[in-house]
Design a protein around this ligand. Structure first.
Ligand code: NAD
Ligand code: DAU
Length: 357
């Protein structure tokens, strides 16, 4: 079949990437979707089981640090668009092992930019390199204020510094080589298929197994949470209707202090598990803080709302319930991703935090 577009999605076996791949494969049967993923600890093909045999879907296992492989892939598929999500994404891991973040997030992004540039040359009409980034590049907010697209960059962890670097590289390839690009910077996502190293799935998993719920520092740190499928819908809109060279902030207008969010999850889980209300809250344990912990993130998403008509559709109450229920219904998925290497990471990360409290 002749497809109207060939689209490369990187990191499509991860949390957000799998939602984006599913969204595009199902909504656009006229597009060929090629998912390139290294399948690190965070990449899991089980996330895509329901669409793996769709005729317009191809999976390729590969590392974006491998320049030659990328050039061959572009030559083979003649991509019209790239949606780049592949990254090392966990702040705590970036503190333990920054180099992996430099390699994938910076070098890998530059390799992809170069592969697109060489493949497209001067024929850039209808082409787009779309880079998916994070609100963490803007640094940390005080009690008030919101990140806008004009907020100066101030990354403070190895993860956010590597993502900020990659954003700068993408803009440099636009200004210097004329590559058509768009960047979006999104707040914290939650929902099905998130690896249980991140706060919400970790807490759900631990409540279920009567394990301590580790709260870093005083628990007053604030994040702006967005239902992952609302992010996938925003990526679709931006990919099709965003303006070349622009940046769009995406956020849920849904701020929670960590302790309040964890208490809310405790109450939802008590209800779903038929436990006495208040019992899971007793598992809350304050532990040593994350070094360099950003105090507050909050997004001003008025540009994407105004220009592209995007809105978040799922409320916190609904999204947290759906998420908790999904993890309860998908024990096998959780068992697979929490075996082996993840267990070792978990023991190391939290043994040290509790001992030095
Ligand atoms: P994730 O860690 O769940 O998934 C990352 C995926 O990238 C995995 O499938 C992994 O195998 C793949 N990958 C890693 N290194 C690779 C490499 N060298 N080559 C090819 N594939 C590689 O991450 P996520 O939470 O889904 O985040 C996806 C993107 O969205 C990232 O760029 C992240 O910075 C950004 N983002 C995430 C959030 C969030 O809340 N999770 C918010 C805003 C932006
Ligand atoms: O803001 C967008 C970013 O959100 C993304 O770019 C990152 O890829 C994603 O991991 C996420 O980063 P955070 O550091 O905000 O997410 P995390 O789930 O790791 O932590 C959320 C908050 O909860 C943060 O303030 C740290 C705190 N926390 C986290 C864990 C894992 C705890 O208190 N205890 C924990 O055990």
């Amino acid at each position: 079949m002749a497809y109207s577009k060939h689209i490369l999605i990187t990191g499509g076996a991860g949390f957000i990437g799998s939602h984006v791949v599913r969204h595009f494969v199902q909504k656009y049967p006229e597009y060929l979707i090629v998912n390139l993923d290294k399948l690190t600890y965070a990449g899991n093909l089980e996330n895509l089981k329901d669409i793996e045999s769709a005729p317009n879907y191809v999976f390729i296992k590969g590392d974006i640090v491998d320049r030659e492989m990328l050039q061959q892939l572009f030559a083979r598929y003649g991509f019209d668009g790239v949606i780049h999500l592949a990254a090392e994404s966990h702040v705590d891991r970036s503190i333990l092992n920054p180099l992996a973040f430099i390699e994938t997030n910076i070098i890998g992004t530059v390799n992809l930019l170069d592969a697109a540039r060489h493949s497209w040359g001067d024929h850039t009409a209808g082409k787009l390199f779309y880079h998916v980034s994070t609100d963490e590049v803007y640094g940390s907010l005080g009690e008030t204020g919101l990140f806008t697209e004009e907020t100066p960059y101030d990354p403070r962890s190895p993860y956010s510094a590597s993502k900020a670097s990659s954003d700068h590289m993408v803009r440099a390839w636009h200004h210097t080589y004329g590559l058509p690009i768009i960047i979006s910077n999104c707040s914290n996502n939650y929902g099905p298929y998130q690896f249980p190293e991140k706060l919400i799935p970790l807490v759900i998993h631990n409540i279920k197994h009567h394990k301590p719920l580790p709260i870093y520092g005083d628990g007053q740190y604030t994040r702006d949470w967005l239902w992952v499928k609302d992010h996938a819908a925003a990526i679709d809109l931006i990919f099709h209707e965003g303006r070349n060279g622009e940046t769009y902030n995406i956020g849920g207008n849904n701020e929670w202090k960590n302790i309040d969010l964890v208490e809310k999850l405790c109450d939802i889980m008590d209800e779903l598990l038929g436990r006495a209300q208040g019992s899971s809250r007793q598992l809350i344990t304050f532990v040593k803080d994350r070094p360099g912990h950003d105090r507050r993130y909050a997004i001003d998403a008025s540009k994407i709302k105004r220009e592209l008509g995007w809105q978040p559709t799922v409320s916190a109450e609904e999204g947290l319930r759906l998420t908790a229920q999904w993890y309860l219904d998908n024990e096998e998925w959780l068992a697979h991703v929490t075996s082996g290497a993840y267990q070792q990471y978990y023991e190391k990360q939290y043994r040290e935090r509790v001992q030095s409290q």
